[in-house]
Ligand binder design. Structure first.
Ligand SMILES: [Zn+2]
Length: 84
């Protein structure tokens, strides 16, 4: 059972970063990948919930939690889209 409270908290923090232009920083994708990895591995977060509405802005797939050159309109990388 994922830690929903931590997932929503981390998602809100990422939204604040996005709203304040921090996603324009050249290291934004790397930083968000690290934050998601920390949330999922150390805090039992649900990666999809953490990335909701923010992952696509940085081309991070909400299913496999990896960066991809291109995402579907729904936010999935092509490999995950093919598995559906
Ligand atoms: Zn994927």
């Amino acid at each position: 059972m994922a830690n929903h409270r931590s997932s929503f908290f981390l998602n809100r923090v990422l939204r604040i970063f996005q709203e304040n232009g921090l996603f324009e920083h050249p290291n934004a994708q790397k930083a968000v990948l690290q934050a998601v990895a920390y949330g999922c591995e150390e805090q039992d977060c649900n990666g999809g919930a953490v990335l909701e509405d923010v992952g696509a802005a940085l081309n991070i797939c909400y299913s496999c939690l990896q960066a991809a050159p291109q995402l579907s309109r729904g936010g999935l990388c092509l490999a995950c889209l093919e598995k559906m």
